[in-house]
Design a protein around this ligand. Sequence first.
Ligand SMILES: [Zn+2]
Length: 257
Amino acid sequence: MVSRTTDDYQRMALAGCVAINEPAFWAGYDRSNEQGFYDYFSLLTGFEPQRAATFGIKHFSWMCINPKEAEDVGLADAVLALIPEFLQKPTVLGIGEIGLNKNSRNELVVLEKHIQLAADHDQLILVHTPHLEDKLKGTRLIVDALKNHSAIRPERVIIDHVEEHTVRVVKDAGMWAGMTLYPESKLTANRAIDIIEMYGTENIWMNSACDWGISDPLAVPKAALEMRRRGHSETQVHKVFYENPAAFMGQCPKFVL
Ligand SMILES: [Zn+2]
């Protein structure tokens, strides 16, 4: 939401959105030091919840240094040291979106540090997976890194940006699968509903890409409309678009609707 206008909050409220969860991500530019991240985390936990509340929407967030800026391990260490303070905030649900961007060695080192941070503070984890040709390999690397940590419970992890060829890897590991919807590139609503029809409605959700590229904050309600149009029952639609995210995020006691 840091890249969106207030009109988007208004449109989401009109479309029936009651809560937003916003992962820490790239802010449109590479930050030159940890202070830049401190200010960003302050925005995510201060101004954004206030802006959302104007429209009756609850705003939750996740803390991390995103994989796109995690190539500098020294900077990542400095940012990781800031995060425990923000985990105390009433709207922070956990660590995310961590993961891999180019599947580099440094990204993997920083991913493992985040997993340790989540374990130390008993936090939920939200994971970003790479796109295109790096996705399957990256998803496997991430799932292995999480499974190798004895303190991480798979049902407290959601692996986002799953597609047809990675959803099985995630579900077999006992983790939740997130499908990020894009209007034209990457995963569309129709493909996401195909995946639901193939793999069922358990432990899966959809979310709207809301970023610096072409993206649509209403992608989720539009996908719900499409699911109804295809003849799915209201019970199934409610499960995918409301009950599932509420069940996953509800594992954090701060998530109250
Ligand atoms: Zn992502």
